[in-house]
Design a protein around this ligand. Structure first.
Ligand SMILES: [Zn+2]
Ligand SMILES: [Zn+2]
Length: 360
């Protein structure tokens, strides 16, 4: 075994090619993992379609779980919970590798590190190509923040942890104490459903989840939402939030201008809107500044997360993967070899996630 098969994106829309890439000679601090599974994030689809800029050539896929197959020479590594890392361990890791020393790292905004490397979004560098999940192997760089995963955590729940679940954990933290609050979630994709489950565990009172797709809206009930309805019904449900005053907090995950505007008007005075969805270019959003001021509203964006949120995500899944059907969100597993032929079909697939495995 001296090469690894990888599905490479070279920038041509909707095209991935299978390449054989030589396995790297590991340097001190590096690890090599066999990819056990990688779920396809909507942002991968935006990259593949050309809607989102991504450096090429690269290996996409960042919702990865792997098993350590090799440690670099003289390498002793510990995970985010101070557990020693050994060959055979099942691991996940933070999607962004940060330096710890730049302006943004010092501010604690490590996801905006000026020297960041992002798994699944890294242009090939010589002998360091294997930095994405659509491959048989992934190279973990020395500063990668790794977390050991218990064997009982299903692959379906564990893969998205390094993206959507950890981002949801960051967005929950941003909202503060949720006990007894009335909450609104726009979009019942992985982010929205995870927010609902986390908010339920945090003791929220009412959780209204909106999605234009009736099946998705209904599924939010299994994830702790009090109700899952079409966005057209928002005004009616707003009347039940805080006795008609409106929602305390809203999370917007759909990147739809209309959803953002209606969520903003559905807040109570002093309410907070957290925007998570717009991770690719969207049309400008009209905002009435007078409303913002007179109603004492707060609007905040949340992009990616810091390593502590990955720990929170994994701890949440460890404690609650049996209470909420996270594992059901992966509709299908396909093999790496099938992936290039699946690309055209992925956008229209109704599953929340499709997973890719080296072996189907
Ligand atoms: Zn993602
Ligand atoms: Zn940095």
């Amino acid at each position: 075994m001296s090469t690894s098969t990888a599905a490479v994106f070279s920038g041509e829309a909707n095209q991935l090619e299978l390449w054989e890439i030589p396995l790297p000679q590991l340097q001190t601090g590096e690890l090599l993992v066999e990819v056990l599974g990688c779920t396809i994030c909507p942002s991968d689809l935006h990259s593949i379609s050309g809607r989102r800029q991504t450096p090429v050539p690269s290996i996409l896929g960042h919702e990865i779980v792997g098993r350590i197959v090799e440690l670099g020479p003289n390498t002793t590594r510990f995970d985010l919970r101070h557990q020693p890392l050994r060959v055979g361990d099942r691991v996940g890791w933070a999607v962004i590798v940060h330096c710890g020393n730049c302006f943004y790292c010092h501010l604690g905004l490590t996801q905006k590190c000026l020297h960041a490397t992002k798994y699944g979004h890294s242009r090939f560098r010589p002998d360091r190509e294997l930095l994405g999940g659509f491959a048989e192997h992934c190279l973990l760089l020395p500063e990668t923040q790794i977390i050991k995963l218990p064997d009982e955590l299903p692959l379906e729940s564990a893969c998205p942890a390094g993206c959507g679940t950890a981002t949801a954990a960051a967005a929950i933290e941003l909202a503060g104490q949720l006990a007894g609050l009335d909450l609104l979630i726009c979009g019942a994709g992985l982010l929205g459903l995870t927010l609902a489950a986390m908010a339920r565990v945090a003791g929220a009172n009412q959780i209204v989840c909106l999605d234009p797709n009736p099946a998705r809206a209904a599924r939010s009930l299994e994830f702790g939402a009090s109700t899952g309805v079409h966005p057209d019904e928002l005004v009616e449900w707003q009347r039940s939030a805080n006795g008609g005053h409106g929602f305390d907090v809203a999370w917007e995950t759909s990147a739809q201008t209309e959803a953002f505007c209606s969520a903003l008007s559905a807040l109570r005075q002093g309410g907070r809107l957290i925007e998570l969805g717009a991770v690719y270019p969207v049309p400008p959003t009209p905002l009435v500044l007078e409303q913002l001021v007179r109603r004492n509203l707060t609007i905040q964006g949340q992009h990616n997360y810091s390593p502590r949120h990955l720990v929170k995500a994994i701890e949440f899944l460890e404690a609650h993967h049996g209470h909420f059907p996270f594992a059901s969100l992966v509709g299908d597993w396909i093999s790496l070899g099938e992936l290039p032929d699946w690309i055209e079909r992925l956008g229209s697939n109704s599953a929340i996630r499709i997973g890719v495995r080296s072996r189907s």
